[in-house]
Write a protein that binds this ligand. Structure first.
Ligand code: HEC
Length: 151
């Protein structure tokens, strides 16, 4: 437990540092997405039995839910690829032309976050694995239509 607590604090510190370093809306959401990717890896390790389910996984599950809930606010109008000064965003214009479809995927991610939180709370590896599948589908379900592939 103590080890989990320490790792949890380290993750929280890393996340608050990255929040300070991020500047504009694009940098901020890219950082939030990266933190979410890290959270997913932490959860996957526990689901596979490579680590215990501890406070670190609780934080990671909450991160997935929080990012899902924050997505609509992280993509304000005027931060798309055609807008000036937005730098290297991989957000597609379809986000704003199909806002309903986009936010539906954000809601799916938030709901997967709830499933992750429940599985972690129950200490249930099988449920955690299922919730991770659900979360992974939400990531892909949004990235495919709304994110430009890497060059
Ligand atoms: C509702 C849509 C949506 C959902 C759900 C979503 N993402 Fe994203 N994600 C995006 C968009 C759009 C970008 C590109 C942002 C940009 O470049 O401005 C992105 C970018 C990323 C990146 C790349 C960051 C970089 O280095 O450029 C990672 C990693 C990522 N997402 C992880 C995840 C993970 C993991 C999940 C699921 C747990 C997830 N995302 C769920 C829309 C979403």
């Amino acid at each position: 437990m103590r080890k989990g607590l320490f790792a949890g604090l380290a993750l929280m510190m890393a996340m608050s540092v990255s929040a300070v370093q991020a500047e504009g809306p694009v940098e901020m959401r890219i950082q939030a997405m990266k933190d979410t990717g890290a959270a997913m890896r932490v959860l996957a390790k526990a689901a596979k039995g490579q680590t215990e389910i501890s406070l670190l996984q609780e934080l990671a599950a909450k991160t997935v839910k929080k990012t899902g809930a924050s997505i609509p606010a992280m993509f304000p109008k005027g931060t798309g690829p055609d807008d000036a000064m937005m730098g290297d965003t991989r957000a597609k214009t379809e986000i704003w032309s199909d806002w309903k479809g986009f936010t539906a995927q954000a809601t799916a991610m938030e709901q997967a976050g709830d499933a992750l939180i429940a599985a972690v709370g129950a200490g249930d590896r099988a449920a955690l694995g299922a919730a991770l599948d659900q979360a992974g589908k939400a990531c892909g379900g949004c990235h495919k239509p709304y994110r430009t592939p890497k060059e």
